[in-house]
Ligand binder design. Sequence first.
Ligand code: XMP
Length: 521
Amino acid sequence: KILILDFGSQVTQLIARRVREQQVYCEIHPFDVSDDFVREFAPAGVILSGGPNSVYEAVGWHAPQSVFELGVPVLGICYGMQTMAQQLGGTVESSGKREFGYAEIRARGHSELFRGIEDRTNDEGHGLLDVWMSHGDKVTALPPGFKVIASNESCPVAGMADEVRKFYAVQFHPEVTHTIKGKEMIARFVHEICGCGHDWNMPDYANEAIEKVRAQVGQEEVILGLSGGVDSSVVAALLHRAIGEQLTCVFVDNGLLRLNEAEQVMLTFARNLGVKVIHVDATEQFMGHLKGVTDPEAKRKIIGREFVEVFQTEAQKLRANGAEAKWLAQGTIYPDVIESAGSKTGKAHTIKSHHNVGGLPETLNLKLLEPLRELFKDEVRELGIALGLPHEMVYRHPFPGPGLGVRILGEVKHEFADLLRRADAIFIDELRAADWYDKTSQAFAVFLPVKSVGVMGDGRTYEYVVALRAVQTQDFMTAHWAELPHSLLGKVSNRIINEVRGINRVVYDISGKPPATIEWE
Ligand code: XMP
């Protein structure tokens, strides 16, 4: 396995993605882990990430010295190259000129890292590579034992290597897709240079994860909040395989789910897979507490609080029946877990609080079971498929914990939820039929509690408005509104107005994020 030490680059996670694409397991840890940690990790190779700092300003931002003493290959990227140069006796200077974006570099010598890799050759027969640069400092004197393996005019040392010790470093970013041959470079590093095999694959991982859960849990009981979303669904499928009857899922219907969602969850898990699922219809409880509440954050809090309340009651019932859970399973995934290099500067770790189950482990005094902690979202999906979950469920758009509660603007009412559910289902139906569902990252309808005038047949109508929202995004931090075909929008609008009595107007949201958010509340 490969150890990635994070110096705070925005793209460190991409390094991990690229390594795992090569079917090699890797983990990201902050750069300031101890020498003991590095030795115990026993990596087959180490990658030092980029970072926002300059090696002068960032006192103490260097790799544990043990990284260079283990006798394993090391790859430094951008800042990782600079700290490697400095730690091994070279010199780094501020270049005064920032290089950012595409650059053409010339591969020199015959480095193992670039063997057989070039985008094209120049007149003299030298290999040229298109890479993505982003740096201010540059290496001006090589550490002893190193030679230059890549350069261009503005960056004489764009790559360096000590082939004997297998230390490689590049000033550009091989992990981003803009570096055309970056994938091949990462492949060469992990397979050829570090000698890792192709042994990280989902079916094997699923079996290992199952064994691990069995060893961890033993004969004890586990409880899981099943929402029907991807992560908790995959956890349910995995745990069911691992411990069968020892797993009890609690599925809370808060009255704010999508059309037929409760039926689908019960069908997939309880009927088809034979998972023990307690279906709690708590619609009245949620609606009761939401009555008269219009503030979005207040609504979120109420929905979160009532979920915990319902969940606790169910856990206590189980206890009273002699099936006391010792474990609480959660669908925490790797991006939620990775500690940012900000820990060094005392900034908060970027660990997301799991909003939907906040506070549960403490109040119930349960041990946490998080079997997806090592996986990226797309790996969670692959695992779901490997465990036999339906494609439709595994590749479903994300749905917020507070559900339709944040898609009904202002006060939440039964009547509004029913109208919205039907409008939303029509929208999703038509997106799927037009092959647009997988081309959008998230799509849904929003209920606007305002009435407008319309005409239907010979009569005047005075009814509510529904807004359609569809976005495309990689990370949900920024998003573009989806340019859906007008004919598709027209069809959706017609169907909603004709089939959902109570809605007489449909509008399409053309706001990007930022400045708008994806959800309306
Ligand atoms: P925004 O609206 O902030 O949403 O652009 C970004 C992503 O997060 C989801 N979202 C939530 N998910 N609980 C959740 O579990 C919430 O309170 C919540 N608010 C937003 C949203 O659906 C989108 O995918």
